[in-house]
Design a protein around this ligand. Sequence first.
Ligand code: LMR
Length: 339
Amino acid sequence: MSAAFPRRLLLSAAVAVAGLSTGLGALAQAPIVIKLSHVVAPDTPKGKGAQRFKELVEERSKGRLKVEVYPNSQLYKDKEELEALQLGSVQMLAPSLAKFGPLGVKEFEVFDLPFLFKDDAAFRNTTQTLGMELFKKLEPKGIKGLAFWDNGFHIMSANKPLHHVADFKGLKMRIQSSKVLDAQMRALGAIPQVMAFSELYQALQSGVVDGTEGVPSNFYTQKTYEVQKHTTLSNHGHLAYALIINKKFYDGLPADLRAVVDSSVKDATVYANAIAATENQQALEKIRASGKTTIYTLTPAEVNEWKLALMSVHKDMEGRVGKATIEAAYKAAGFVKPQ
Ligand code: LMR
């Protein structure tokens, strides 16, 4: 037997080992991926906050962490994304506080009580106190709450003017899954319809629903104002998000990378909260400039009419979100019942 054979064998074995070790080296350096899924457009306060978080994490971890942001319900719709987070198919989300009911955590719906917050400061004080406390309720579900992102006050739209409570009679209004929002629409005389955010434009355009509540940044980027002749600046509710992460994933991160996530959350939160008011104001101005919808601001007397019609919701929802939770929210928000 020629001596060349074992040499060739040795050579190919060496090549194989070299290949393997290169592969292992690449593996060792492969970044840990955080998939962050959300339902709105990139050009919104939440979309921009998510992008800022990605940039901060990738820079601070020196590439050891990679954040993939999936906007516009690209991966999952409202309800599915929470299931995906629990299963670990995505690692982070930023759903609205009105979407935690299907997860079995009803208390976050306290943030949907109509006219609970007189301004953004009242809202923020409530998230920083009661909200932080409520984050503990997510842990048995395998989820860790990281921060709250504000997105300003809800307004209403439909194809008819919405000035008085009576104007809502019989209108089919799209809502998020919160039972408080369901009760709110019923108290106004409307027929609430829970629907995923990604289906909203189509539903309004085709007349499956007549109207919706929402924030200007979403009305603008989803183009819903193009198919809603009337918009009312009512500020009756507040939209906010909880930035959340799969707890097992978070706990399993090396301590230094967990610190990177924490510091990036902190700074992205400051950023997202700082731009929300301006972004919504600019979106409203663009909607106004389009001339496609008439924008109406409620008079103080009309605001009071809406408030009086909606106060029953606070009482009726005690059984759903808990009396103690409502009282804690009142205290933090400095809420005063309308007369
Ligand atoms: C909605 O469904 O109306 C909002 O929660 C969408 C969002 O995330 O801003």
